[in-house]
Design a protein around this ligand. Structure first.
Ligand code: ADP
Ligand code: MG
Length: 312
């Protein structure tokens, strides 16, 4: 099968609302909402770096788009479309069909149509660029946290990292426990509805992709404040809660791949209920630095850092 047959078979979709021209011409032509701001983000997934070669292709398709939608969610954006740049070692139709199914199912569920891309031969590599919109002045940024704000997180943290440790062979779980954490790792849910519902409520927001310490650290740096983080308050699954405390802390604080939203809001802010649990995990303080404490307020030694591709 040639490049154009492949694109037509797996990635051509009828243009939907707001898409004047989708896949098939030199550019996609999108119709902006008058007055809205564009929000644009790219995320690349590289085999061996971001996913294992054995991963189910439908889950890989889901995750490639989910991690991008998570960035739109973190900014409170409404998705409008995405492009897919794909390098494939060979044309494997079974793989492509499953990949496209996982990808396009999440695209449809998120009202985020595939509007174009690029396809080439090479080591397996996926790069998605998402386009979203938000009303002027209402994008959620990292820079507005103030001393006294409360720190909140959606969902729960740490399961994806626990799954990675199982794949690495450092942790053993029973079948049901492994399924729980593996699904968290391979099928994250972007918190789009929550992000949009938080417009005008939060002072700062980010999604947890590299680990809570580092990602909350980005809010602190951008906002020029510090924080007190209660490690005992961090929401975790029963599977993670059954692990030794040091491993729990590692997964919760430095795990990454969570794709939950961390945000700050003034005390008493009316937080939206979109069916995703929200947990208060700490407080913004004026003094710079991130202090991790237990439920009694005592300092917790952890020696952990978030994930960084260029550090060992
Ligand atoms: P060009 O040569 O103008 O760069 P291409 O030949 O690369 O265009 O692609 C032809 C059409 O198919 C374009 O509309 C492009 O956006 C679309 N396309 C290519 N690869 C993909 C893909 N993986 N997913 C979606 N659309 C794609
Ligand atoms: Mg062209």
């Amino acid at each position: 099968m040639g490049e154009f047959d492949l694109i037509r078979r797996y990635f051509l979709r009828p243009p939907g609302t707001g898409v004047e021209v989708g896949v098939g011409d030199d550019c996609a032509v999108l119709v902006p909402t008058p007055g809205a701001r564009w929000l644009v983000s790219s995320d690349m997934l590289v085999e061996g770096r971001h996913f294992l070669s054995t991963v189910d292709p439908a889950r890989l398709g889901h995750k490639a788009l989910a991690v991008n939608l998570s960035d739109l969610a973190a900014c409170g954006a409404t998705p409008r479309g995405f492009t897919l740049a794909l390098a494939l070692p060979r044309v494997d139709e079974t793989w492509l069909a499953a990949f496209a199914r996982g990808l396009l199912k999440l695209a449809d569920a998120s009202a985020c149509p595939l509007v174009g891309g690029d396809t080439t031969q090479g080591p397996l590599n996926l790069c998605i660029t998402v386009f979203g919109e938000a009303p002027p002045g209402l994008a959620l940024l990292r820079s507005g946290a103030r001393a006294g704000d409360e720190i909140w997180v959606s969902g729960r943290l740490g399961d994806a990292r626990l799954a990675l440790e199982v794949f690495r062979g450092t942790v053993a779980l029973d079948g049901a426990g492994f399924e729980t954490v593996r699904t968290a790792m391979e099928c994250p849910t972007p918190r789009l509805a929550l992000g949009q519902a938080l417009r005008g409520i939060t002072t700062a927001a980010i999604d947890v992709s590299d680990g809570l310490l580092g990602d909350l650290g980005h809010i602190l740096a951008a906002s020029n404040v510090g924080a007190r983080l209660d490690v005992d308050a961090l929401p975790r699954s029963a599977v993670l809660a059954a692990q030794p405390v040091a491993l729990q802390h590692e997964c919760l604080l430095a795990g990454g791949d969570d794709y939950e939203l961390v945000f700050t809001a003034p005390p008493g802010a009316r937080l939206p209920d979109v069916g995703v649990p929200l947990t208060r995990i700490g407080t913004i303080v004026a003094e710079p630095g991130l202090r991790v404490v237990d439920e009694h307020g005592a300092a917790v030694q952890h020696g952990l850092q978030s994930f960084d591709h260029f550090k060992s």
